[in-house]
Ligand binder design. Structure first.
Ligand SMILES: NC(=O)c1ccc[n+]([C@@H]2O[C@H](COP(=O)([O-])OP(=O)(O)OC[C@H]3O[C@@H](n4cnc5c(N)ncnc54)[C@H](OP(=O)(O)O)[C@@H]3O)[C@@H](O)[C@H]2O)c1
Ligand SMILES: [Zn+2]
Ligand SMILES: [Zn+2]
Length: 339
């Protein structure tokens, strides 16, 4: 990251020497998540720590520490946005490392639990990770198109699963981007009647192709009114701050709005919850068991992201296009140009 223009430049960095339970991974593909843009926007330009984004990647194991038993050199693996947790709190014991009471160590911009260094992410040719936070990549999944499953995919999978989405559920997905398009594919594969709620009517054909049965244009009040109280679950992946009222009004009685996209304070009109006993929830990333289950489900169902693959040297172009919503539906960087 180079200055306030939030462009990235190539540099070299050292990964730590392997600890007994570490893997070294050659990164082949890394997805570009909207969170990377948020992080670049908030970064101080390198005065404190350098910022290396990237938290959904796939690659090949190149070395293993002496205590590693689950992986061998040559294995195809995937890593998401969490690389460590305390392992002892109630959340970790329940397999919800993403909610660790000491906050999970993030793949970039986190603080390593042993040496206190700042973690540097997957826009890179190599990563060193504790073996518990690497996942075998199922052989049926294309490693480039599977990379986004590790952040975008798991982030929408956990709430779909936790909220009991299955055959007969009615699901609305707000925002058809990286998270949104995977939410549609997964909800459809789970058997739900799935709708997209988007401000972009030109995405209607894509929505249908992904398996949704309709696209509701969020800027058309009559369309929104017609969909009132329709969905058991609305997965809100919108990346900008927005009024939750119009989306809560789409939720059916006792249903849930899962607000995953723009994290931060929100204002809620209580009447939007009261009328219909609606629930407002959120989620982020996933625990180890859910991440493994999500990968199995995707392998079974043939679900991967719709990607545009670019050489990593074109990362700034990917970020600029993501910023202006010109992406169908995830950029993935090919790291092989990093040597
Ligand atoms: N909870 C978590 O752990 C977690 C994990 C990953 C990402 N995130 C966050 O989730 C959000 C989505 O990430 P992403 O990678 O899917 O982003 P993305 O690919 O850019 O998709 C975001 C979508 O939101 C809609 N949108 C954007 N700006 C909008 C606006 N001003 N008003 C209304 N709709 C707007 C657009 O959909 P339409 O054109 O269809 O309207 C866009 O495609 C980001 O804020 C990201 O930081 C959260
Ligand atoms: Zn992400
Ligand atoms: Zn913990």
């Amino acid at each position: 990251m180079d200055g306030p223009t939030a462009t990235l430049r190539r540099t070299s960095l050292e990964r730590r020497d392997l600890r007994p339970d570490d893997l070294a991974i050659q990164i082949d593909y890394c997805g570009v998540c909207h969170t990377d843009l948020h992080a670049l926007g908030h970064h101080d330009g390198g005065a404190g720590h350098p910022l290396v984004p990237g938290h959904e990647f796939t690659g090949v194991v190149t070395e293993t520490g002496p205590e590693v038993t689950r992986f061998s050199v040559g294995d195809h693996v995937a890593v998401g946005n969490i690389v460590d947790s305390c392992g002892e709190c109630a959340m970790c014991r329940a397999g919800q490392e993403n909610f660790c009471h000491t906050f999970p160590t993030l793949t970039y911009g986190g603080t390593d639990r042993q040496d206190g260094s700042t973690t540097l992410g997957g826009y890179s040719r190599e990563y060193v990770v504790r073996d518990r936070f690497a996942y075998p990549l199922p052989s049926g999944l294309d490693p480039a198109a599977a990379a986004p499953l590790l952040c975008a995919g798991i982030t929408v999978w956990e709430p779909l699963h936790a909220l009991g989405v299955g055959p007969g559920s009615r699901v609305g997905v707000a925002g058809l981007g990286g998270l949104g398009h995977l939410a549609v594919k997964m909800a459809v594969a789970l058997g739900a009647m799935t709708s997209v709620i988007s401000r972009s009517p030109d995405k209607a054909d894509d929505a249908h192709r992904l398996g949704a049965h309709e696209l509701i244009v969020s800027t058309e009040p009559e369309q929104m009114a017609r969909a009132r109280d329709r969905f058991d679950v609305v997965i809100d992946t919108i990346s900008a701050p927005h009024d939750l009222g119009p989306y809560l009004r789409l939720v059916a009685m006792d249903g849930t709005l899962s607000h995953l996209g723009h994290l931060g304070p929100v204002t809620v009109e209580t009447m939007d919850l009261l009328v219909g006993r609606k629930k407002l929830s959120s989620a982020g990333s996933g625990g180890r068991p859910a991440t493994a289950a999500m990968l199995d489900f995707c392998a079974d169902q043939g679900i991967t992201a719709e990607i545009e693959l670019l050489p990593s040297a074109r990362v700034n172009e990917a970020l600029a296009r993501l910023r202006r919503n010109d992406v169908h539906y995830r950029f993935v960087l090919d790291m092989s140009d990093l040597g």
